[in-house]
Ligand binder design. Sequence first.
Ligand SMILES: [Zn+2]
Length: 214
Amino acid sequence: MRVTKVSSRSNRKPPGGIQLAAAVAQLELVRPPAPGHLEVVRNLINTLDVDKGTDLLESSEQLAAWLRENGLAERKAPKPTEEDLERVHAVRAELHALAARNNSIQQACSTEVLDEASRRSAYALTFDPATNSSVLRPTATGVDGALGRILAAVHAAMADRTWPRLKACADETCRWAYFDHSKNGCSRWCGDNCGNRSKVKRYRERQAQAGQTR
Ligand SMILES: [Zn+2]
């Protein structure tokens, strides 16, 4: 279960006494967002919630709304089609697999889907003397352009080495995408609930094994 983020740095006493304080303590600490444009990649992956079995992108109308909310829709862009929706689902699945691999979870991944989406977005490399930088921009419009911007964010994160920190939770019932802000980059779970659940599970497995060998 994921709930609203509660700051672990807050020293304020929760109002409402001991009961509420206990309830607040049980709330999972949800990790902060990913840096820069990587957050939209994380958002896309998490539109499919493995834990709850829900998908925020079940229809092309929902996809259109999601693109608007995430600043990926152009003003006069054509409405997404069913084929667009299928392509977004396919790219999302591959990005989820890559995020799982970032957490040492071996999940089959077909880069063909990502290569095809990149091809369709028709990238141009543009230079900006003001910032002394260059950036890959899709020249395609609509969903092709939106996927191009998402994959350009992945490309930039791979180049600046932040990509390995975008991970899918190690809990197989969760698999929520999160950004690993830990100092050593070795966190494995999206939050405390999943980490604790996994530790309890491993403890029980060890107990069961010890029982069998006795
Ligand atoms: Zn999790």
